[in-house]
Design a protein. Structure first.
Length: 457
């Protein structure tokens, strides 16, 4: 059974307290003096009772509202706090039960606000942890973040599985600064420990300890990521050094082989000399592409930005491929705009795309240049059978060969082309069938580059 509302209960209690004594007096007088009702005193008494009843009915509701008012204020303040308003406070107007309730609420709200601020600072600190900065800068930033987030006077991070060098944990003495610790762990792997000194005036509850522990776990993960990143960087540098050494040691003899084989081929009709020249060029191109891939991965390759027209560059690249029997159609709808990119890189990309179109396509090769916003878009189409849906994602994978029987190509042309284009701020993709030209049977590769308009004199 539900209880009556507090305001109604107070209303009934006050009314009963005011009228019950008077009602008992009237009953006693009637019992003791049966004839009292016909006298003037009896009439006056009845009038007094009536006036008292009316006054009670009129006075009790305001009194009840006055008594319940502070409780309504408490309820409204708690509702604001529940809704997330951590500035909701109760006025402390007296040293009574309501005053102590208001003081307790305000202390709770202050604690919640402090923990909310700590949580925000912890979140910011965790988001700022970057493995690229290295372990020492990461530890220093974590110590500063712990001091700022939790109000510590000092915070120190000790890394390593062995904690024997740490001072023993001290017991808390009232009125003195005390020490808090949390382990830095990643799963079962112990990374280190975070030791901090807290001011004596700040309470340290279970919620604070849990937040401190979460901070430690996030820091441990960041430290482990920084260690892995450093190891990966070392391995990448070793790989790059190896590739640079291999490239140099291979390119030098290849250049000699290519030169001498070319001279002999000019003086002889032996087809085998031509094969040596072709395979030397292929191996030299593979070594160069491997070196480019490693530099792209390491992020050490930087474009030399220039402004130039795309159509003449595409025409020259096509002529260098030596397929005069296959016509090239260039449609330039971006006159008045120049590409802002590395000219040599763009020529390498165009050469790779045109080479693919000539090798796997049939009939003429179509090139369309368009401009949109501050970009130039170039589409290179062939007239071949196209690329099967299951192979569309594989064309940009390293060493991917859609035709296992093909003996030509290195499997690096398209991955290197995409890496160069993206480094210059553009994009390279294989257009969906019919996207570039509805009803077109072949493959269509599209790349974009930053562009600038030609300045009018």
């Amino acid at each position: 059974m539900r209880r009556l509302p507090l305001a109604l209960r107070l209303l009934l209690a006050i009314g009963a307290a005011a009228l019950l004594p008077l009602a008992l007096l009237v009953v006693l007088l009637v019992i003791l003096e049966p004839g009292l009702g016909g006298t003037r005193f009896g009439a006056a008494l009845l009038a007094t009772v009536a006036v008292a009843v009316v006054a009670t009915v009129l006075a009790v509701p305001p009194v009840a509202r006055w008594l319940v008012g502070p409780l309504h204020q408490v309820t409204q303040t708690l509702d604001r706090l529940h809704a997330g308003d951590l500035s909701a406070r109760l006025p402390v107007e007296a040293d009574d039960e309501l005053g102590r309730l208001a003081t307790s609420h305000n202390r709770l709200a202050d604690t919640l606000a402090a923990r909310n601020a700590s949580l925000a600072l912890v979140s910011q600190a965790v988001a700022s942890f970057s493995p690229h900065d290295g372990i020492k800068p990461l530890v220093r930033a974590a110590e500063e973040a712990a001091v700022s987030a939790f109000g510590f006077t000092r915070a120190l991070v000790f890394l390593g599985p062995d904690e024997a060098y740490l001072p023993p944990e001290t017991e808390r003495v009232p009125g003195e600064a005390y020490e808090v610790r949390t382990a830095l762990e990643v799963g079962q792997d112990h990374v280190g420990i975070l030791v901090a000194t807290q001011v004596p005036t700040r309470d340290w509850g279970a919620a604070d300890a849990d937040l401190f522990r979460i901070f430690g776990l996030q820091l441990a993960a960041a430290v482990r990521n920084a260690e892995l990143f450093a190891t990966a960087a070392e391995l990448a540098e070793l790989k790059n050094e190896f590739l640079r050494g291999v490239s140099h040691n291979l390119q030098t003899p290849l250049t000699s082989i290519r030169a001498f084989a070319g001279q002999l081929a000019d003086e002889s009709d032996d087809r085998r000399l031509g094969i040596i020249v072709e395979q030397s060029d292929r191996l030299s191109r593979l070594v160069s592409q491997l070196l480019t891939v490693s530099r792209l991965e390491a992020g050490t390759l930087r474009p030399q930005i220039d402004v130039f027209a795309l159509a003449p560059l595409i025409q020259r690249a096509y002529e260098s491929l030596g397929h005069g029997e296959r016509p090239l159609s260039v449609s330039d709808d971006a006159r008045g705009w120049l590409a802002a990119a590395d000219r040599d890189w763009v020529e390498q990309v165009v050469w790779a795309l045109l080479d693919n179109a000539l090798r796997y396509g049939e009939g003429p090769v179509e090139v369309h240049i368009a401009q949109a916003d501050d970009e130039l878009s170039t589409t290179i189409r062939d007239q071949g059978p196209g690329i099967q849906p299951q192979d569309r994602e594989r064309v940009f994978e390293r060493f991917a060969r859609l035709d296992p029987q093909a003996s030509e190509g290195t499997g690096l042309g398209l991955p290197v082309a995409r890496g160069l284009i993206e480094t210059m701020g553009g994009r390279l993709w294989l257009a969906d069938p019919g996207e570039a030209s509805p009803g077109h049977p072949g493959a269509s590769f599209v790349f974009t580059l930053p562009a600038e308009p030609i300045e009018e004199p």
